[in-house]
Design a protein around this ligand. Structure first.
Ligand code: SAM
Ligand code: SF4
Length: 335
């Protein structure tokens, strides 16, 4: 029996988020600058190496795997990776294989994802207005995303919409986005904008719309009931009584729910971030590359890293810095 991953604060680590690429076909204003420099391809773990990493985490007790990026579905041959991870679902070791995507490639890949064992996807979508969508993503086109969502639902995937709450941008769309999700039987989660990475000329303090205010706006339109449901992350849920919809709020900045944190994040170069809000990371790539025939050094490196998982995060908008408290981009760790 392999001992599970338990950190120094007695938290079991059962959830791994994996960024499989730092590249993306969009340039969302809160996530990237327009002229991003991406990693040289040789820096990236190969799909086989990503498989070895994830398989080792699963062996150590990870039950949920979320594939993210950058945009995970723009990585070449990524379906072979999903298909390969499906074996851990078949064995029962993995309970869920899922992804977060901007939806641009779902039209191509929805059926393959379902066949690989994926049952739920999170699609990031901040507005239903075509012009505003083009503005916020810089490079994206809304009709393509809507087609992707159709394809996902048709394939049998349950879709959750993640919207970043942006002051003065999608505040007025709260009722229409909510109703659109209700009509399509999709859950909806609002995310507070986080101070990560240089994003060019955009000012994050201008973008910041507190989810307390989002919740208050809901209360103006609906009867809002708090739910006790927890997922080990910074999400909290309410139900809208009139539509019987569950709405999530991800508030890493204005709340601190670190005591129940069950997750770590692996980047596409093999760095393991123990906390989204801290710079500390462990480089797992040497343990992987220098020992191609045995996973024991990798297991040891993972356990050593988990021992360093901090108690909580360091985000703080009160510092009034607009240039990003964390120097790395969200696309590096995958959100
Ligand atoms: N490209 C995929 C997508 O957009 O869903 C996956 C990667 S993206 C980095 C993951 C999530 O992080 C998206 O929902 C995106 O909206 C969110 N995100 C990116 N930058 C953010 C920021 N600075 N603050 C809050 N959320 C952010
Ligand atoms: Fe790409 Fe997702 Fe970042 Fe937008 S949020 S630029 S889609 S990685």
């Amino acid at each position: 029996m392999t001992a599970p991953l338990i950190d120094p604060f007695a938290r079991a680590i059962t959830y791994l988020r994996v960024s499989v690429t730092d590249r993306c076909d969009f340039r969302c204003v809160y996530c990237m600058s327009e002229n991003m420099t991406f990693l040289p391809k040789k820096e990236l773990l190969t799909l086989e190496e990503l498989d070895r990493m994830c398989t080792t985490f699963v062996k150590l007790g990870v039950q949920k795997l979320r594939i993210t990026g950058g945009e995970p579905l723009v990585r070449r041959d990524i379906m072979t990776f999903f298909q390969s991870m499906g074996r851990h679902l078949d064995s029962g070791a993995l309970k869920e294989l899922t992804l977060t995507t901007n939806g641009s490639q779902l039209g191509r890949f929805a059926d393959d994802l379902y066949a690989a064992g994926v049952r739920r996807v999170n699609v990031s979508l901040d507005t239903l207005d075509e012009q505003k969508f083009a503005d916020v993503t810089r490079w994206g086109r809304l009709p393509q995303i809507l087609k992707g969502i159709d394809a996902a639902q048709k394939a049998g995937l349950r879709v959750k919409i993640n919207a970043v709450a942006l002051k003065g941008f999608n505040e007025d769309e709260l009722p229409s986005i909510t109703e659109w999700c209700a009509e399509r039987d999709m859950d909806l989660t609002w995310i507070e904008v986080m101070p990560m990475g240089d994003i060019g000329n955009e000012n994050r303090l201008d973008q910041y719309w507190s989810l307390k205010d989002v919740r208050a706006t809901y209360a103006d339109h609906y009867t809002v009931t708090d739910l006790a449901e927890r997922t080990g992350g910074p999400a909290r849920y309410v139900r809208l009584e009139e539509t019987n919809q569950k709405i999530g709020f991800i508030t890493p900045l204005s709340h601190n729910f670190c005591e129940s944190c069950n997750r770590v994040r692996l980047t596409c170069t093999g760095e393991l971030f123990m906390c989204l809000g801290q710079e500390d990371m462990a480089d797992l790539r040497p343990a992987l590359r220098e020992h191609p025939d045995t996973e024991a050094p990798l297991e040891e490196a993972i356990r050593a890293a988990i021992n360093l998982k901090p108690k909580g995060h360091d985000f703080d908008y009160s510092r009034q810095r607009a240039d990003g408290t964390m120097s790395r981009h969200m696309s590096h760790t995958g959100g």
